[in-house]
Design a protein around this ligand. Structure first.
Ligand code: NAI
Length: 463
């Protein structure tokens, strides 16, 4: 089967970039990305392509090439579903905040709503592709809903998890390490798999397109995120030991990372991982393992999260302890609010939790981030519901200029590894700070010796 029209439900950090790249690489396929969020769709359609809602290097160029040609953004979900041969589900699957599994299980209500809508609207056979990260065995649920509430049309369900990393999404999508496609192993299932393989094969070498059964594919995505996060927690656990033993975590990471069995990637000590996926996916893995009675498996993976929470708290406590055990009324400048560089995404960013801890101690926090809008910082803090919005507004100020953010501060804390921070005029920052002027480098990106020469007191992670 040749796919001519694709619909993607969910125009977020995954749906937007993924579909833009498919449209760019496959000019013969019409791709329509739909979302309930009208403001988001309007932003994707903004004539100023720099105002699209997701910031990713290279993305605005891809969108401007394909938008209006074979890439469309719309709020008319029903029409796009009905016209499509293939429907990607790319909606959010956050951790449940209520009921059974609260705080661990994935909330699948948006997935189920999509399935019911697809079933209600579809008048012809469709291939439904799970692009969202889903608990293993979700395809079973989708199949149940589609088969029992549909109009008698046939649905094939594929799992095609997305492995892009925010900040390098376009590059990852154009040159993926692999594309994973899981589906039923009967004849119809294999035909559906082949239809999706043919799309990716237009720019991805065939040997990088892996096909599996649907359950392996679903579980592999959770597993990949768990392994990545586990490396971060492993190096962060050692960073604390380094601080007590005069070992240097950067040296240790280099020493172990040159072992080809270990490899150098994801071995950078930091204030802790953030992002919408790692925590949610590991919690989900833990929940699934527990639901099968696999206590040791669940406890093992849960420790990755416990370690990450510890690292964020430890960073905040170090600031407080170093500033003579009180930050009350002191200005702490945050450079960075996004969960990593080259993205405007702040979900689960370490900055939010470090700020919350310092605000609890009555600190004043000044925030500068090159891509995060002011309102997002307040929204993130208000979401925690630790204190009133009024208090958050009083204690936190967001700046458009990093030098203003650092002015009159007792300390600067680096929360995101934006490259521009390395190249600031640190002498100018030092001159305008209170003394002693402290820097807490939560990403180990600054030149320690150079800054110490200026007069800063530097506190990196793990040395
Ligand atoms: P997101 O929250 O940015 O986007 C999801 C979008 O779906 C929202 O705009 C929402 O309005 C829309 N939506 C929800 N229900 C809908 C419905 N019934 N009809 C139409 N639109 C609906 O989420 P994001 O980050 O794009 O993640 C989507 C999925 O991809 C999640 O399962 C996530 O775990 C997974 N994923 C995310 C990655 C990332 O780096 N953000 C990477 C790989 C996978």
């Amino acid at each position: 089967m040749t796919v001519k029209k694709i619909c993607c439900i969910g125009a977020g950090y995954v749906g937007g970039p993924t579909m833009a790249v498919i449209a760019k690489q496959c000019p013969d396929i019409q791709v329509t990305v739909v979302d309930l969020n009208e403001a988001r769709i309007a932003a994707w359609n903004d004539h100023d392509v720099n105002k699209i809602p997701v910031y990713e290097p290279g993305l605005s160029e891809v969108v401007s090439e394909a938008r209006g040609r074979n890439l469309f953004f719309s709020t008319d979900v029903d029409q796009a579903i009905n016209e499509a041969d293939m429907i990607f589900i790319s909606v959010n699957t956050p951790t449940k905040t209520y009921g059974a599994g609260k705080g661990q299980a994935a909330d699948l209500k948006w997935i189920e709503l999509c399935a019911r809508q697809i079933a209600r609207v579809s008048k012809s056979d469709k291939i439904v592709v799970e692009k969202s990260t889903l608990p293993v065995r979700t395809a079973r649920t989708l199949k149940d809903i589609l088969q029992h509430t549909g109009n008698g049309v046939k649905f094939q369900i594929l799992s095609n998890p997305e492995f892009l990393a925010e900040g390098t999404a376009v590059e990852d999508l154009l040159k993926p390490d692999r594309v994973l496609i899981g589906g039923d192993q009967d004849e119809e299932g294999k035909k559906a798999i082949e239809a999706l393989v043919n799309i990716y094969a237009q720019w991805v070498p065939r040997e990088r397109i892996l096909t599996t059964n649907v359950w392996s594919s679903e579980l592999s995505k959770l597993t990949a995120n768990a392994f990545l996060a586990q490396r971060v927690s492993s190096i962060n656990a050692l960073s604390e030991l380094c601080e007590h033993t005069e070992a240097d975590i950067n040296e240790v990471a280099r020493a172990i990372g040159t072992d080809s069995r270990i490899g150098p990637k994801f071995l950078k000590a930091s204030v802790g991982f953030g992002g919408s996926c790692f925590q949610k996916d590991i919690l989900n893995l833990v929940y699934i393992a527990r639901s099968y009675g696999l206590t040791e498996v669940a406890d093992y993976w849960e420790q990755v999260i416990i370690m990450n929470d510890h690292q964020k708290k430890r960073f905040a406590n170090k600031i407080i302890k170093t500033l003579y055990n009180t930050v009350n009324g002191k200005k702490i400048a945050f450079l960075g609010w996004a969960f990593k560089k080259d993205t405007n995404d702040t979900r689960e960013s370490a900055a939010i939790y470090v700020a919350d801890h310092l605000l609890y101690e009555q600190a004043h926090v000044g925030v500068y981030d090159p891509k995060v809008p002011e309102q997002q910082v307040y929204t993130d803090l208000d979401y925690l519901a630790t204190r009133s919005s009024d208090e958050n507004s009083k204690l936190v100020q967001v700046y458009n200029d990093p030098y203003e953010a650092c002015k009159d501060a007792h300390a600067v804390a680096i929360l995101t590894e934006w490259d521009e921070f390395k190249h600031y005029d640190w002498q100018r920052i030092y001159d305008n700070m209170l003394k002693p002027a402290h820097i807490f480098d939560g990403r180990n990106i600054l030149d320690k010796a150079k800054l110490e020469n200026i007069g800063f007191k530097i506190c990196p992670i793990g040395s």
